[in-house]
Design a protein around this ligand. Structure first.
Ligand SMILES: Nc1ncnc2c1ncn2[C@@H]1O[C@H](COP(=O)(O)OP(=O)(O)OP(=O)(O)O)[C@@H](O)[C@H]1O
Ligand SMILES: [Mg+2]
Length: 166
């Protein structure tokens, strides 16, 4: 919410909603003409997340290439299996996409469920954008962070289509 307070009034609106009222918050946004809605949840409360998952068109879970993150996301994959909503991991905080250890983590995540081919690097652009109350694409349009987010969005749409067909 601190990030939201830094922002100028604009087309992007940030609202806080309790888990019990996510449905109402989505209905409000749809009624008010928003066509792209992001529900940002805490990573831990798996039980509470089920409702948000069922309401969503896609569930994206950013996770790091580390043994702890690989383990910590296991309960999420069990949640995916009890919902019809397409879902996937996106690797984030990646130091170098081409490193063999990054590739190795992509494979290990893939053994446990869907992982997007688009990877998010560990970059100062995300921190600098955040500090200004901006998204990385607003902060440096056309720069590497912006391009990475566009690739991520394209990968989400592709994966959603693939999982809906399957
Ligand atoms: N791709 C990135 N590159 C550099 N730093 C990042 C990146 N992603 C996240 N960070 C850093 O990691 C911190 C946590 O990021 P983020 O808020 O996305 O995590 P979170 O798991 O949603 O945390 P919370 O539990 O607070 O919601 C941020 O403060 C930011 O500094
Ligand atoms: Mg968060």
């Amino acid at each position: 919410m601190r990030w939201a307070k830094l922002r100028q009034e604009g087309s992007l609106v940030v609202r806080r909603a309790s888990q019990a009222r996510i449905g109402e918050a989505i209905a409000w946004a749809e009624k008010n003409g928003f066509d792209f809605i992001v529900i940002d949840t805490p990573g831990r409360d798996i039980a509470g997340m089920k409702r948000a998952l069922d309401l969503a068109d896609f569930m994206l879970t950013p996770s790091q290439p580390s043994p702890l993150d690989l383990q910590a996301t296991a309960p999420l994959r069990r949640l995916w299996s009890v919902s019809g909503t397409p879902a996937s991991i996106a690797l984030t905080m990646v130091i170098r996409e081409t490193l063999p250890r990054t590739r190795n983590y992509v494979e290990r995540y893939a053994e446990q469920g869907a992982v997007l081919p688009a990877i998010i690097g560990r970059r100062v652009q995300y921190l600098d954008a955040m500090e200004r109350g901006l998204g990385v694409s607003e902060y440096r349009p056309g720069d590497i962070g912006d391009r990475e987010m566009r690739r991520l969005l394209a990968a989400i749409f592709a994966e959603a289509t693939k999982q809906k067909v399957a």
